[in-house]
Ligand binder design. Structure first.
Ligand code: SER
Length: 317
C-alpha cells in the first residue's frame, strides 16, 4: 500500500481510519474522499489531500485513482442498518451500485479493495452463539442483504479477475471521535455520551439483547492488518468474523456505573432497531481471522469504558 483512497473519510470509521493510514504510510498519499455536505475539517483536512468522491459517480472515482496513482481503496460508503430500513433503495444504490463502480475501477486500474461487512450480514437462521466463519447468511434487513451481496461480489471479483479484495465483518463500533448514525448498535456509543454529560440514558434496545461490539482502535487495526496480510495464508477473503466483546444494554450500563456511580438508564425500545438486533448473532467466532492473519483485539469492555469516559470528559466537559 502506498497511495490510498478512503471513500467516506468523514464518517465514523473513515475519520479515524484516514488519519491512521496517513500515520502508517507516511511515504504515500492517503486521499480523504468526501461527499458535499460532509467536507473534511480540522486535522483531517489539513494533514493530507482530500477530494470529492461519490461512490455512485464512477468517473469521479476513476479520476482520483489516476490523479494520485491510487493502489488501495477503502470503500466505507454505506447507510447503516436502521437508516437502510427507511431508505432501502438508496441503501442498495450506495452499497451495491457504488461497490460495482469501485470493483470495476479496481479491475481496470489494479487496486486492492477493502469494503467492510458486518454482523448485519447474518440473520435469524444463523447460529447465534459462536457464529462460525462459514455459516448460514440469510439476513432480513436491507443492510444485511447488501452486506452479503458485498461479500459475494467482492469474492467474485477476486476469483474471476484477481482483484485483491479483502474484508472483515465489523461488530458494532464504539468511538469518541465521530458519532455513527442510523445504526442498530449506536446505543453503545450514545450511552457513554449520556453518562459523561450526566444525563439519564434512554436505551432503544431491550435488556437481554446481546450483540458483538468493538472499540475503534481495534477496528482500525483490523482494517490495516487485513490489507497487509500475506495472501498465501488467506483461505477466506470476504469476509472475516472479528470479535472483541459481546454485551447487553444492562451489562454496558453496569460497566459505566463502576466509573460513574450515579448514572441512570431507562428503556424505550425502538421496534425497528430491536427487530434488527434480534436477528443478529450474540457472539461471533473469530478463530479464522486469528489463524489466517493474526487478528487479536486489545480492548475489553472494562478497558474500553475507562478510555471512552476519559476521552469524552476531555471532549465534552
Ligand atoms: N453498526 C452497524 C449498524 O448498527 C452494524 O454493522 O447498523
Amino acid at each position: 500500500m502506498k497511495n490510498i483512497l478512503v471513500i467516506g473519510s468523514t464518517g465514523q470509521i473513515g475519520s479515524e481510519l484516514t488519519m491512521k493510514l496517513r500515520r502508517e504510510y507516511p511515504g504515500g498519499k492517503t486521499v480523504a474522499g468526501y461527499i458535499p455536505g460532509s467536507e473534511p475539517k480540522g486535522i483531517l483536512r489539513d494533514s493530507g489531500p482530500f477530494e470529492e468522491a461519490n461512490v455512485c459517480n464512477a468517473q469521479q472515482i476513476a479520476d482520483i485513482v489516476d490523479k494520485y496513482d491510487i493502489d488501495t481503496i477503502y470503500n466505507l460508503a454505506a447507510l447503516l442498518s436502521a437508516t437502510a430500513e427507511r431508505l432501502p433503495l438508496r441503501a442498495w444504490d450506495i452499497q451495491m451500485n457504488g461497490l460495482l463502480n469501485i470493483l470495476e475501477i479496481a479491475r481496470e486500474k489494479h487496486c486492492a479493495v477493502f469494503t467492510p461487512s458486518s454482523i448485519g450480514s447474518f440473520g435469524p437462521s444463523t447460529p447465534r452463539m459462536n457464529t462460525p466463519q462459514d455459516t448460514i447468511q440469510r439476513p432480513t434487513s436491507m443492510y444485511g442483504v447488501t452486506k452479503v451481496a458485498t461479500e459475494l461480489l467482492s469474492d467474485y471479483y477476486f476469483y474471476k479477475y484477481g482483484v485483491d479484495t479483502r474484508s472483515v465483518r465489523f461488530p458494532g463500533l464504539i468511538s469518541y471521535t465521530t458519532l455513527p448514525g442510523g445504526g442498530t448498535t449506536d446505543y453503545a456509543v450514545e450511552i457513554y455520551y449520556a453518562a459523561v454529560k450526566g444525563e439519564t440514558y434512554v436505551c432503544p434496545i431491550a435488556p437481554g439483547t446481546y450483540m458483538d461490539m468493538m472499540y475503534m482502535p481495534d477496528a482500525l487495526k483490523a482494517a490495516v492488518d487485513i490489507m497487509r496480510a500475506k495472501p498465501q495464508y488467506l483461505k477466506h477473503r470476504n469476509s472475516f468474523n472479528i470479535a472483541a466483546m459481546s454485551f447487553t444494554p444492562e451489562i454496558i450500563y453496569e460497566a459505566i456505573k463502576k466509573e460513574i456511580p450515579d448514572f441512570k438508564m431507562r428503556y424505550e425500545v425502538d421496534p425497528v432497531r430491536q427487530h434488527i438486533a434480534d436477528s443478529w448473532p450474540d457472539k461471533m467466532d473469530d478463530s479464522c481471522a486469528r489463524k489466517e492473519w493474526g487478528w487479536a483485539p486489545t480492548y475489553n469492555l472494562e478497558s474500553m469504558t475507562r478510555d471512552m469516559i476519559k476521552h469524552l470528559r476531555e471532549k465534552l466537559l
